[in-house]
Write a protein that binds this ligand. Sequence first.
Ligand code: LLP
Length: 426
Amino acid sequence: MTDREEGFHYRDGDLYCEDVHIGDLCAKHGTPLYVYSHAALTGQYTALAEAFEGSDPAICYSVKSNSNIAVVRSLARLGAGADIVSGGEMHRALKAGVPPEMLVYAGVGKTDREIGDALAAGILLFNIESVPEAYAIDRVARGMGVTAPVALRVNPDVDAQTHRHTTTGKKGTKFGVDIDRAVSVYKELNELPNLDLCGVHVHLGSPVTTLSAYEVALDRVAALVRSLRDVGIASVRMLNVGGGLGIAYRDETPIDVGEYAACLRRHADDLNCRLILEPGRFISGASGIMCTQVVYRKEAGHKTFIIVDGAMNDLIRPALYDGYHAIRPVVGAGRDTETVDVVGPVCESGDFLAKDRDMERAEQGDVLAVFSAGAYGFVMSSNYNSRPRAAEVLVMGAAASVVRERETVEDLTRGESIPPALLGDG
Ligand code: LLP
């Protein structure tokens, strides 16, 4: 990481996000609290964009990784597009100022309504995941008198060595069509008058830390595009390589962005195609932390539990994927370490942020930072156990803005009602 990208750093044992003291920020806004660094977000985007300088990729930030409109806006201002998977994400992206012609729309279950809204907005591309979906898009487009730009998502059968819940490029997942069937599917779709078969899409899974997975997949995709051209389907001019670029949560060695760009550019240039990228975690992952306060220390058996006010409903990655997130005090870091479990108050033993973790001693009342929580953190949070969701803050230099308010208990029951028959006694 270069200095430019480094949003979080310690000064004399206290954690800062850019120029904001995290301990003070938490005292003001409470915990659990998500904090994002604008400099880190934009630095990561810029690092990627610079690696592609001289070519003209559409860098479509994957909104699912962190969909706060202030985050999306920060990137849209630099020219980012957006990778969206629902009408809700399209709403956010447009609200944040992403131009419609920079939107790519993925997802295995697009409804007619979502398709119609996206066509009306004038998006860049649909990534289609199945033959029935292609027919639906063609039908909706015909009804509107327009042509829909589409890329078929192919499953290249490459094992990118990601967690089983986030592997998508292997045979047997619900995503895309098998690459060996792709020529015949393109031939069939070529008959649909309201589709422009302008692209091919591939996404391997997330997070990916081996460049060879991309090399192998793109070789297979390139062979497919050549076969298509051989059979007279010459409309493919966009190569959408998806997202997946990993980050260093612990001791992983992420893919070098320069090598990644070189690999992608070589394939796109050979095919004379425009590149589309869908990076999420690479941009938002290390740009955010979740702050959480120690409620109690509890000794049980030979274990020490640090019970914090942030739980699996706030950050589910440890529970769902055994995800590792570094955890350190926000004030007075540099203490002796001990081995602990960091757990939340939710009534499940799967509710943990760290297990058997060697970390700096944390006392009751201390605030801890859970690092690299900017991607798939707040967006995957829920109200389980009727816990109001955390607030989100965006830091720009010395300024900190609340970009999503903490939910209240009133928010929890909004939209619920008791039928009249249940009102009154008995
Ligand atoms: N494009 C497609 C088609 C995707 O399915 C995804 C992520 C991305 C792009 C962005 O991937 P990224 O660059 O962020 O790796 N919740 C999981 C990750 C789920 C990824 C879903 N798809 C986690 O917390 O690890």
